[in-house]
Design a protein around this ligand. Structure first.
Ligand SMILES: [Mg+2]
Length: 226
């Protein structure tokens, strides 16, 4: 399937948030929220493996808590939500995403944000940027259930019937291997949004059907197929 064929067949775009829409933790600012997420675990005396102790990615901490420390997962979730909402207040918008959303609207394609971040952070960012009307909905991480994050298809349970669309008529756009894996499990094509050639190679290896090096270019490609 060519990229044009894939885009032509797309009725609904499932759009990842952190990356394609916003840079939620610019310049390593994720380390602070990582620390906040670790606090409840350390307070409870949970022993952390090196990878969890050292990561700047709070979602790695949250996933660990879900599996190994369910007694504090809700506290870790609360810290994660607070940190994400705070970050959403200052996160820069991804260049070209407004043009991309315009292209989708002009060609009659609906957009739903599907994020491993919490819905309230995504929503507040969209409000801040005046983009609420550009998306049909927001699906975020369910509270205290990190095991349901992408690549788990359960994150969008019920969504496609609600939208009245088959998976094959959707397109996942995301910047992580987990987005690509998610699309494969759900049975929809995917475009990997890559800010660097390295990330592009990683997403291609994960099985992305196409790689986009800019959201504006992806919007132009959608406009081109109409
Ligand atoms: Mg992302």
């Amino acid at each position: 399937m060519t990229v044009a064929e894939m885009l032509r067949g797309t009725e609904v775009v499932l759009l990842d948030f952190d990356g394609p829409v916003a840079d939620l933790f610019p310049r390593g600012s994720g380390s602070r929220i990582g620390d906040r997420a670790r606090e409840p675990l350390l307070r409870a005396g949970v022993e952390l493996p090196e990878v969890v102790r050292a990561t700047v990615q709070h979602l790695v901490v949250l996933e660990f808590a879900g599996v190994r420390a369910p007694q504090v997962v809700e506290d870790v979730e609360r810290a994660s939500v607070a940190g994400e909402v705070e970050a959403a207040g200052t996160a820069p918008v991804t260049p070209g995403v407004v043009e991309f959303l315009d292209a989708c609207a002009e060609t009659g394609r609906r957009v739903v944000v599907v994020s491993n971040n919490c819905g309230v952070a995504v929503q507040s960012f969209l409000e801040r940027e005046g983009l609420v009307g550009r998306v049909e909905g927001v699906v975020g991480r369910p509270f205290g259930r990190p095991e349901l994050m992408k690549p788990n298809p359960a994150l969008i349970d019920g969504l496609l019937p609600e939208l009245g669309v088959a998976a094959g008529r959707c397109l996942m756009v995301g910047d992580s291997a987990s987005d690509i894996e998610f699309s494969r499990r759900v049975g929809m094509p995917s475009v990997g949004y890559a800010k660097s050639p390295e990330r592009g190679a990683e997403l291609a290896a994960a099985g992305a059907d196409a790689i986009a090096h800019g959201m504006q270019r992806l919007g132009a490609a959608i406009r081109a197929v109409g």
